[in-house]
Ligand binder design. Structure first.
Ligand SMILES: Cc1ncc(C[n+]2csc(CCOP(=O)(O)OP(=O)(O)O)c2C)c(N)n1
Ligand SMILES: [Mg+2]
Length: 243
């Protein structure tokens, strides 16, 4: 799986960063053992819940909807580690279970959300399962309409710029949802106003059963935005946290 990460910064001179342009900052050898242990712990417990979630439904306990994140491990772990709670603003999508855990949401909280308990921090059991949020940390509740929260992230980024906060909005979604018209509106508005927002596009090749080739002509959907003047595009391997 290849994931594409699209950053907005003030770099108008270069549209796509090639592998050669991006310094390899992270590697297994230069990462602290304690950090590696924490990451391994997150990835192990995350996959355990990812595998277990469909069983809750079979046991009639709940978890009506589960979209497994297996194969998205690297990008999700990395994006969650970037997030600074109470400072940054995060907008997750339904497949972002490990991102949520990497942001600090506990395994217990994920399960409370899955089985719609009143103590679920995302929505007190009101929203669908796999709609991860923790409003007190700025992990915002998002709609089930795919890609809809890109607009919300851009709105928050506009406020961040207006109030001159030193922070960023992060929005995550699948590659298919980028076909939605409102996603283009959001990306265009962010580009035009040079807003502090990171759009993460997790590319697993399909939107349910629709293959990527039926969505867009580019093999990498982030490349649809090459013409955007103020947008910086980066591609990375979504299975490799060091990438
Ligand atoms: C606006 C809207 N259209 C259709 C759907 C139904 N739907 C749910 S998930 C999905 C596929 C999304 O694929 P992608 O964005 O690639 O994310 P993935 O699930 O592959 O990670 C669709 C079409 C929806 N939730 N919202
Ligand atoms: Mg997809």
């Amino acid at each position: 799986m290849t994931s594409s990460v699209k950053f907005e910064f003030n770099y108008s001179h270069r549209k796509i960063l090639n592998e050669m342009d991006i310094p390899k900052i992270y590697s297994i050898k230069t990462t602290e053992k304690e950090t590696l242990r924490d990451w391994f712990h997150l990835m192990t417990i995350g996959r355990a819940i990812d595998n277990k979630a469909p069983n809750y439904l079979k046991q009639a306990i709940g978890w009506s909807y589960h979209a497994p994140y297996a194969g998205h491990d690297g990008i999700q772990l990395a994006v969650g580690q970037l997030f600074e709670k109470n400072k940054d603003h995060m907008f997750l999508y339904y497949r972002d279970m490990l991102t949520a855990m990497s942001c600090g949401i506990t395994a217990e909280e994920i399960i409370l959300n899955g089985i719609s308990k009143a103590t679920d921090p995302s929505s007190a059991g009101r929203h669908m399962s796999n709609h991860f949020a923790k409003p007190e940390w700025n992990i915002h509740s998002t709609s089930s309409s795919t890609g809809n929260h890109t607009l919300h992230a851009v709105g928050v980024a506009r406020a961040i710029k207006y109030y001159e906060e030193k922070t960023v909005a992060i929005s995550s979604q699948g590659e298919s949802s980028v076909s939605e018209g409102f996603v283009y509106e959001a990306f265009n508005g962010a580009d035009k106003e040079k807003l502090p927002v990171i759009f993460v596009i997790q590319d697993n090749g399909y939107g349910i059963s629709v293959p990527k080739k039926d969505q867009t002509a580019n093999r990498k959907v982030a490349n649809n935005f090459i013409g955007f003047k103020n947008t910086r595009i980066m591609h990375c391997n979504g299975k490799d946290v060091f990438d």
